[in-house]
Design a protein around this ligand. Structure first.
Ligand code: ATP
Ligand code: MG
Length: 411
C-alpha cells in the first residue's frame, strides 16, 4: 500500500475530550475516527488490525468445531419476551419502534435469538453438539464511555453459543474453548499479561471465567496468582472462594485489569424458557445444555494499544500489525519502489511512505503507527551498501543488504 493512497493522516494531538490512551494513540495514528462518545469508525489501518484479530479468532473457533453464522442486528421482542426483554433486567439495550407498529431491539447479544433459531435445526441427539458463532457489531447503551474502543456503545465482537446434550458434553467443550482463548491471547501478543480469572457464576455453574489483561486502564480489579497463571475477580474474592480454588491470599497480587473475553456455562437458563429440546437415544425429550463465549474484538485491539506502546507511539505485534513493514523513501523513490515491488511480490505486507514530506515527519509517523519493521531507503543507505533497517522495538538502525533484509523479514 502506498501511503499517498491512504486518505488518512496522522495528527499531533488527539481530540481534547478523548481521555483514553488507546483512543488517543489510535486516533492520532489514523486507525480510528471518533464519531461521538463511545462510537468510532475504523479507518483502513484499523480495519486491517480488526480483521487480523478476527481471523486469528475465526481460525481458533473453527479448530474446536465452531461454525460461522451472521446473526441479525435487529432483535424480536417476541423472542425476548420469554426471558430478558424487560428494562429491569437489561438496562443498556437500545430499542426502537417500527413504523408498522411494535418495537424491536438492536443486537446486544444473541443467546435467545440463537436458541430460538436452533429450534429449527435441533430435533434429536444426532443434531448435537452444535457451535455456531458470530463475528459482528453489537450495541450497548453504556452509561460510561470513557475507555475509548475498550468500551464502545457500538463494538465488534466474536460470540459463540454452544448447544450440548449434557453437562458432560458441555464440560469438554468448555475446556477446549478455554484452551483456544489462551492460544488467541498469546497470538495477539498479550498472553503473558492475560489471566484466566474466576468470576461470579451463571445459574448453572459455581463460576464463570473471564480473561483479564493487566492494565491500569482497566475497569476491573483482580487478584493474580502468578504461579498458576490464574486470577480471581474482586467480585468473588472471599475466603470461601480462595479455599475452594486452593489459592493462598498471601501469594495473590492485586491489579487493575481489562476483561478481554469471558465464557459462561448457561445450562438450561435459555433452553428452558425458549423450549429448546431434543429427543435422546431412549426417545425422551431433553433440554439442550447451553454455553456462551465472547471476545470483544475491538476491545482487544484497544487493549493491545494500551499495553503495547511507548512514548513515541503504538508498537504492534507482528501477528496483528496492519502491515508488517513500513518502507520510508527519503528522496530515493526509484530504489525504494524497486524494493517495494520486490517485497510485495514475495507476499510481504508493506506500507510504503512515498509522500513528499520531511524525513522527520516520516520517522515520527512510522513510530506513531508502530509497524514492526522499518526500512529506510536513502542516498545515505544506498552509499553504505543497502537499506537501513530498524525493528520498532529497537533503538539501533542497521544497514542490511537485500539478502540480509529478506532473511530478516522471512525468518
Ligand atoms: P463488561 O463487564 O466489561 O461490561 P460484559 O461482562 O458485559 O463486559 P459480555 O456481555 O459478556 O461483557 O461481552 C463479552 C465480551 O465483550 C467482554 O468480555 C468484552 O471483551 C466485550 N465487551 C463487552 N462490552 C463491551 C463494550 N461496551 N465495548 C467493547 N467491548 C465490550
Ligand atoms: Mg463482565
Amino acid at each position: 500500500m502506498r501511503q499517498t493512497q491512504l486518505f488518512t493522516k496522522t495528527r499531533k494531538e488527539a481530540p481534547a475530550d478523548e481521555v483514553a490512551k488507546n483512543a488517543q494513540l489510535l486516533i492520532r495514528a489514523g486507525f480510528i475516527h471518533k464519531e461521538m462518545a463511545g462510537v468510532y469508525t475504523f479507518l483502513p489501518l484499523g480495519v486491517r488490525v480488526i480483521q487480523k484479530i478476527a481471523d486469528i479468532i475465526r481460525s481458533e473457533m473453527n479448530k474446536i468445531g465452531g461454525i460461522e453464522t451472521q446473526s441479525t442486528a435487529l432483535q424480536s421482542k417476541e423472542v425476548w419476551d420469554k426471558t430478558r426483554w424487560s428494562d429491569d433486567i437489561v438496562d443498556n439495550w437500545f430499542k426502537t419502534e417500527l413504523k408498522s407498529g411494535g418495537v424491536l431491539g438492536l443486537a446486544f447479544t444473541h443467546e435467545e435469538p440463537m436458541a430460538h433459531m436452533m429450534k429449527n435445526f435441533i430435533a434429536s441427539y444426532k443434531d448435537l453438539p452444535a457451535y455456531p458463532y458470530d463475528i459482528r457489531t453489537v450495541f450497548r447503551n453504556e452509561a460510561r464511555a470513557k475507555s475509548g474502543i475498550m468500551r464502545g456503545r457500538e463494538f465488534f465482537w466474536k460470540a459463540l453459543y454452544s448447544f450440548s446434550q449434557s453437562q458432560e458434553e458441555h464440560d469438554i467443550f468448555y475446556q477446549n474453548i478455554t484452551d483456544a482463548y489462551i492460544r488467541i491471547f498469546n497470538a495477539v501478543g498479550i498472553g503473558d499479561k492475560t489471566f484466566l480469572t474466576f468470576a461470579s457464576g451463571g445459574t448453572f455453574s459455581k463460576y464463570s471465567h473471564e480473561f483479564q489483561t493487566l492494565s491500569d486502564a482497566g475497569e476491573d480489579i483482580i487478584y493474580v496468582d502468578r504461579s498458576s497463571h490464574q486470577a480471581v475477580n474482586q467480585e468473588v474474592y472471599t475466603d470461601e472462594v480462595l479455599a475452594d480454588l486452593g489459592l493462598d491470599r498471601e501469594k495473590l497480587e492485586q491489579h487493575k485489569s481489562i476483561e478481554v473475553g469471558n465464557i459462561f456455562s448457561l445450562g438450561y437458563k435459555f433452553s428452558e424458557p425458549l423450549e429448546l429440546t431434543y429427543t435422546d437415544q431412549d426417545g425422551r425429550a431433553q433440554l439442550v445444555y447451553m454455553g456462551s463465549y465472547g471476545i470483544g474484538i475491538s476491545r482487544l485491539m484497544g487493549t493491545v494499544a494500551e499495553v503495547l506502546h511507548d512514548e513515541r507511539g503504538l508498537v504492534w505485534p507482528e501477528s496483528i500489525a496492519p502491515y508488517r513493514v513500513h518502507l520510508l523513501s527519503l528522496g530515493s523513490d526509484d530504489a525504494a519502489t524497486v524494493l517495494y515491488d520486490m517485497l510485495v511480490q514475495r507476499g510481504i505486507e508493506v506500507l510504503f511512505d512515498d509522500r513528499d514530506v520531511r524525513a522527520g515527519e516520516k520517522f515520527a509517523d512510522a513510530d506513531l503507527m508502530g509497524l514492526p519493521h522499518r526500512i529506510v531507503v536513502s542516498q545515505k543507505s544506498l552509499d553504505a551498501g543497502g537499506y537501513e533497517y530498524k525493528a520498532r522495538t529497537s533503538d539501533t538502525p542497521e544497514i542490511y543488504t537485500q539478502d540480509v533484509l529478506l532473511a530478516r523479514l522471512t525468518q
